[in-house]
Design a binder for this molecule. Structure first.
Ligand SMILES: Nc1ncnc2c1ncn2[C@@H]1O[C@H](COP(=O)(O)OP(=O)(O)OP(=O)(O)O)[C@@H](O)[C@H]1O
Ligand SMILES: [Mg+2]
Length: 252
C-alpha cells in the first residue's frame, strides 16, 4: 500500500484486505513499516509493547521470522509489527550498504505465504523506497477528495524512478478509491476523473466511508471480525475477490 499522502486508507486497506484474503483461505503476511504502527495497534498490539519489530529486520538484519506475531482474530494472518524504534530507522538506514534493498533481501528468505502486504508510511523516503523495491506491485489507496489527484502524479513519478533504478519489475496493481461518500458530488466526480485518467488501473471496488471501519482498530480487530455483516467488510471482501480474480488470470 503506497501513497505519500497521509490518511488516505493505506493502513485500513492493508489490514482489512489482508483479513478478507485470509477469509478466502489465503495465507497472508502483513508487514507494518510505518513508525506510527497503526496496523500493529489496529490488530491488538500496542506498539510500546512490541519488542522485536520491522526495525530489527531493516536495520539490524534480523530474519522476519524472528519478529512475527500471530493475529488470533484472523486465522492465516501473520504480522511483522512496527515499533517506536522505526522512527529512527530512516536516519540509520541512510548509512547502510544497499540501503534500498534491506526489505527485499529479508523477504527473499520468507516462504509459505500467498500474499505479502506491506503497509508503508506517508512519505517517499527510504522506508517507502524499501517497500517499493521489495514489492511486485504497488496498490494505491486514494481518498475521494480534490487534492488526491495532485498527489497521484508524484506517485507515478516515483514509480518511474523506482522501475528505472531499483526494481524494474514493480507493477501498479491499481488505485483503490477510499472514503467514498455517495452524498457528495465531489466523491463521484473524483471517481469519474480517476477512472477516466487511469481506466486500466482503477479497481472497480470502491471503499465507502464507514464509521465501523474507523472504529474497528480501537478494538484491535479487522472489519471482518468487528462488523462482519456491514458495508465496510463487504467492500474489502469485494476488493479481495477482485485481486484474486486478476491473479488467477495472471497465473493461467
Ligand atoms: N473507509 C473508511 N471509512 C471511515 N474511516 C476510514 C476509512 N478508511 C480509513 N478511515 C479512517 O481514516 C483514518 C486514516 O485511515 P488510515 O490510517 O487507513 O490511512 P493511512 O493512509 O494509513 O494514514 P497514514 O498516512 O497516517 O498512515 C483512520 O482514522 C481510519 O480509521
Ligand atoms: Mg497508515
Amino acid at each position: 500500500m503506497c501513497n505519500q499522502k497521509g490518511g488516505v486508507g493505506k493502513t485500513t486497506t492493508a489490514v482489512n484486505l489482508g483479513a478478507a484474503l485470509c477469509e478466502r483461505g489465503r495465507r497472508v503476511l502483513l508487514i507494518d513499516t510505518d513508525p506510527q504502527a497503526n496496523a500493529t495497534s489496529g490488530l491488538g498490539y500496542p506498539s510500546r509493547a512490541v519488542e522485536r519489530s520491522v526495525y530489527d529486520v531493516l536495520v539490524l538484519g534480523r530474519p522476519i521470522g524472528d519478529v512475527l506475531l500471530p493475529v488470533p482474530a484472523v486465522p492465516g494472518l501473520a504480522l511483522a509489527p512496527a515499533s517506536l524504534a522505526l522512527a529512527g530507522a530512516e536516519l540509520e538506514l541512510a548509512d547502510l550498504a544497499r540501503r534500498e534493498f534491506r526489505l527485499r533481501y529479508a523477504l527473499e528468505a520468507v516462504d509459505g505465504y500467498d500474499y505479502v502486504l506491506v503497509d508503508s508510511p506517508p512519505s517517499l523516503a527510504l522506508i517507502t523506497v524499501n517497500c517499493l523495491v521489495a514489492a511486485d506491485a504497488m496498490l494505491i489507496p486514494l481518498q475521494c477528495e480534490y487534492y488526491a489527484l495532485e498527489g497521484l502524479s508524484l506517485l507515478t513519478h516515483t514509480h518511474g524512478l523506482v522501475t528505472q533504478e531499483l526494481n524494474p519489475e514493480l507493477e501498479i496493481a491499481g488505485i483503490v478509491m477510499t472514503l467514498y461518500d455517495p452524498r457528495t458530488l465531489l466523491s463521484t466526480q473524483v471517481v469519474a476523473e480517476v477512472r477516466r485518467r487511469f481506466p486500466d488501473h482503477t479497481f472497480a471496488t470502491i471503499i465507502p466511508r464507514s464509521v465501523r471501519l474507523s472504529e474497528a482498530p480501537s478494538h484491535g480487530l479487522p472489519i471482518t471480525a468487528y462488523d462482519p455483516a456491514g458495508r465496510g467488510a463487504a467492500s474489502y471482501r469485494a476488493l479481495a475477490e477482485e485481486l484474486l480474480a486478476r491473479d488467477a488470470l495472471v497465473a493461467v
